[in-house]
Structure formats: C-alpha cells, structure tokens
Design a protein around this ligand. Structure first.
Ligand code: SF4
Length: 185
C-alpha cells in the first residue's frame, strides 16, 4: 500500500467548503463573549459548524457535520457582536472556520473596521496548506492577527499549552493584510 499523502489530502478537504446561501453562515452554537481561553484578553467567539478533519480525541465531534447546526444571517451576527462591550477581539472556533472562509472573512473585516477588535482563528489545517490552497481560505487568513493551526493530535496532547491542545499546534502571530508570519509561539 502506498504512503498516505496527508498534504494532498488536506488540500482536498479544504476544497470542500460548507454550502450556505450568500450572506449566511452555519454555526454550531450561540455567540459567546468574555471568553478568556481562546485568545488574548476578553473575547467574543463564533463557533462555526462543519469540520472535515475528524481528529481522534476532538472535543467537539458534533461540529463535524456539514449540514447540522444552524444557518444564520451574517447581519444578525454582526448586530449581536456590536452589542458586546469591552471585548479585545473575536476568535473563530469550530468546527473548522476555514471551510466557511468567505463568511468568516466578512465577519472578521466588520469587527476590525467597525469595532476595532483584533481577530484570531483556530484551524485544523496548517498555515502552509492554507497558503498553498489560496482562494477564500487564504483571503480569510490575511484578515487575521493570529492563527492557531494544525490538527489536534491525541499523542501530542499537552494540557499545559496556552490556547492549544497538542504540541504540534502553533500560535502564529500574523501581519494583517498580508498573512506574513510575525512570530511563532
Ligand atoms: S480540526 Fe478541531 S474541530 Fe475539527 S476534528 Fe480536529 S479538533 Fe475537532
């Protein structure tokens, strides 16, 4: 049997975006605010629905299905977010935000411009895969200040890591607008 090409497989998974009508996003749960475990400072959190990575040991397997959760107008999300006071930023969690890249970018651009927040995202895809794939996922990445990348790997689980579950995952500080990596933590 040939060796599995994980890189190629990741590119194929990333190509399968969640299908939602324009102006909508599929979420796995309600918005959060004052969250302190998914990034620096007090943060709002958007929980997206749909993940193709299926990491063994994932804490949110109910977010994998592409067709469950709830489809919500992006304008409703923006309205709710703008009512949250005292937040340093917004973090996209999943599910896999990169498979709803277009909708997530729209939300990211709004909170940066209108609310002055920084924007982070988790992704089970690596920075390198997202960059090579390009398109909407790369455009979304360029709208971020930080990306926590890579799948959760049970064998590398480490509860002492800040914001991350396993040692392969990286906290990448990014230059907004270009996606350039400024620092790796
Ligand atoms: S990428 Fe995240 S949500 Fe998706 S299976 Fe892995 S740990 Fe779960």
């Amino acid at each position: 049997m040939g060796k599995v090409d994980y890189h190629k497989l990741s590119l194929e998974k990333l190509a399968k975006q969640v299908e939602v009508p324009d102006g909508m996003v599929r979420l796995s749960g309600p918005l959060e605010h004052d969250n302190i475990v998914n990034g620096d400072g007090l943060r709002a959190v958007v929980w997206t629905q749909g993940c193709p990575n299926h990491c063994p040991g994932c804490q949110n397997p109910e977010t994998w299905e592409y067709c469950s959760g709830m489809v919500v107008p992006i304008d409703d999300i923006l309205g709710q977010l703008s009512k949250f006071k005292g937040q340093a930023g917004l973090t996209f969690c999943g599910g896999e935000p990169m498979v709803q890249a277009k909708a997530c970018k729209k939300i990211a651009d709004y909170v940066r411009k209108e609310l002055g927040w920084n924007v982070w995202s988790f992704s089970g895809f690596t920075y390198e895969v997202i960059k090579e794939y390009g398109g909407e996922p790369w455009e979304f990445l360029k709208s971020l200040d930080a990306l926590i990348d890579g799948p959760f790997i049970l064998k590398q689980r480490d509860l002492s890591l800040k914001y991350r579950g396993s040692r392969n995952q990286r906290l990448l500080r990014l230059k907004h607008g270009t996606g350039e990596i400024l620092a790796v933590e």
